[in-house]
Design a protein around this ligand. Sequence first.
Ligand SMILES: *Cc1c(COP(=O)(O)O)cnc(C)c1O
Ligand code: SF4
Length: 345
Amino acid sequence: MIPVNSVSVQPVRTEKTAWQQQLGELITDLPSLLHACQLVSPPEALADLERVSFPVRTTRFYASLVTPGDWHDPLLRQILPWQREQHDVPGFSIDPLQERSASPLPGLIHKYRTRVLLVPTSACAIHCRYCFRRHFPYDGHRIGADERQAIVRYLHEHPDVNEVIFSGGDPLMLTDKALHHWLQDLATVPHLDTVRFHSRLPIVLPDRLTPELQNVLTATRLQPVLVLHANHGREISPALSAVIAPWQRAGITLLNQAVLLAGVNDNLLTLRALSKALFAAHILPYYLHQLDSVAGAAHFAVPDEKALLLHEGLKEQLPGYLVPRLVREIPEQPNKTWLPAEGKL
Ligand SMILES: *Cc1c(COP(=O)(O)O)cnc(C)c1O
Ligand code: SF4
């Protein structure tokens, strides 16, 4: 704990934990990012930042995982804006999943019958260039106690729903206290049995996985699942492995979802190393997603034919429990579509 009187002229409530302090030190502009990664003379035209609507953003920790000086580093590629993000590409739109029409209440997306997505915050510690919510109308997206109560009422009225999935933004950007309120309220809904968090924060800020947060997640009758978002084996850092070990022992199911990304992980060696690194940290691969066709991310797309070949290769080289399901999100479908999709290929 930081002594309250040492630095701050603010009231006591601004006392910050280590992870919150690191959030105050994010890299939010291109020169700082290039400096942190020791990059000089770009080989391609970088985006004109004045015109990038989705600004540069990363933690210092994540930047430290990038190989210094390597413009082709697969981790760097996920956070570095390129000029081509501004190109219009047919088939790539600002709301590829048509989520706006599936939202019965602010902060709630109900597309699948038995589980709902909760979007309690728009904040992220990192801006992934491929993010399908990069055009989400986040301004004014504030889910407070009133919205929370409305969502809990909605869930009481929908007995088919048994799982609530915290998504975002990044739900672990919320304070422990806010998460505690959510889980307490959700536990009052009798037909809910599972609470799931999808988060990239453990990858980019392992210090977020505090014992206090672990206690919040295991404090109710709801069975907790944590789905990490790692796309590359080097994102399973020693720091993450160290902090996450007790989570598994506490009975929290640990899974990972990755997005198949050109120039990041679209080769067999990298995908296999990712599964192996996850397993070493007691995390199982869950999904390997085909990219959502969001405007600005076309340069990350991998053709289905190649995705299927890679997936076949993984099946040959890994035990079944280390092969993620290859999926795509198709609007109007009652669940994710497992590839190869019947009649689509
Ligand atoms: C992906 C997703 C879910 C969760 O799907 P699972 O197959 O259970 O992981 C739920 N709702 C929406 C809208 C989704 O996009
Ligand atoms: S929502 Fe996920 S993919 Fe999108 S910017 Fe945030 S952390 Fe990255």
